[in-house]
Design a protein around this ligand. Structure first.
Ligand SMILES: [Zn+2]
Length: 267
């Protein structure tokens, strides 16, 4: 799990405008000993670095630079690079455990698609298209956080847990979300940088769905073969094509990469 926070400069070089700033390296087992876990840990570090009373990276400081010279350095937080697990642990979002799995959207749901069939506003995450996304703003997201804090202990536990699921946010008094002095410096909505390696390419990423949909779309389409006659695209033909592709480390796709995949076969 990692959190990288980029600020205007990473090294103290006067002419450098932007860079990455590693907040801290802490063992996961040690994070868990801190009240609020990762969220509480980063909250604590941020409250020190963005203090209300004195030292504040967003306000900046004057530093010496050679004889009788100074330069001014400021580190306002521009974005936070996190993988999915870190986003959840840092921001106390529910992700796949909630009915809303995406913190960016108000209306993209994690439930059975059949439950949403007749709904014009709510959409299933696997079926929604970007024009249907109703996006949160920083204000609407933290409104949910504040409602949870407000009603906690005043409504039955079962109802409260349903509300957390519906919002896709957990109520954690020790977490960063309820630290209002930090909201001007960090917001999950404004500062989340979707790490492309995790979000697009790795096992939970969307690239595999795109490739899957593309393969399903071209299956059966007739293309000119080597002798000029038209032949339909088959999984076997894709495998034959795949065998011609050699990766830089000399590996190839498995011989039946496409034809053994159930999702392609079921259509
Ligand atoms: Zn979304």
């Amino acid at each position: 799990m990692h959190i990288l926070v980029p600020g205007p400069i990473a090294r103290l070089v006067p002419l450098q405008k932007n860079g990455w700033f590693v907040f801290s390296y802490v063992k996961t087992e040690d994070q868990n000993k801190i009240a609020g876990g990762l969220s509480g840990l980063v909250k604590g570090i941020m409250m020190f670095l963005f203090s209300q009373k004195g030292f504040n990276l967003a306000v900046g400081m004057r530093l010496p630079c050679g004889k009788d010279q100074h330069f001014f350095v400021k580190f306002p937080l521009l974005c936070a690079l996190q993988d999915e697990k870190a986003i959840k642990a840092f921001n106390n979002t529910k992700r796949s455990a909630g009915w809303k799995c995406c913190h960016d959207c108000k209306n993209i749901m994690n439930t059975k698609p059949s439950k949403l069939e007749n709904d014009d506003y709510l959409h299933h995450y696997a079926l929604a298209v970007p024009s249907q996304f109703d996006r949160h703003t920083t204000e609407t997201f933290y409104e949910m956080v504040d409602v949870l804090a407000e009603v906690h202990g005043k409504i039955p536990t079962g109802k409260f847990e349903l509300l957390e699921k519906a919002y896709g946010v957990s109520h954690r008094p020790d977490g960063i979300l309820l630290e209002k002095t930090l909201r001007r410096h960090y917001s999950i909505i404004d500062h989340t940088y979707w790490d492309p390696m995790h979000m697009l390419l790795s096992s939970g990423g969307v690239a595999q769905y795109e490739i899957n949909a593309f393969v399903l779309a071209i299956l059966g389409v007739e293309l000119p073969g080597p002798d000029g006659t038209c032949v339909p695209v088959t999984l076997e033909a894709l495998d034959a094509f795949g065998q011609q592709v050699v990766f830089s480390d000399k590996r190839r796709l498995p011989k039946t990469f496409f034809s053994k995949e159930d999702c392609f076969n079921q259509g």
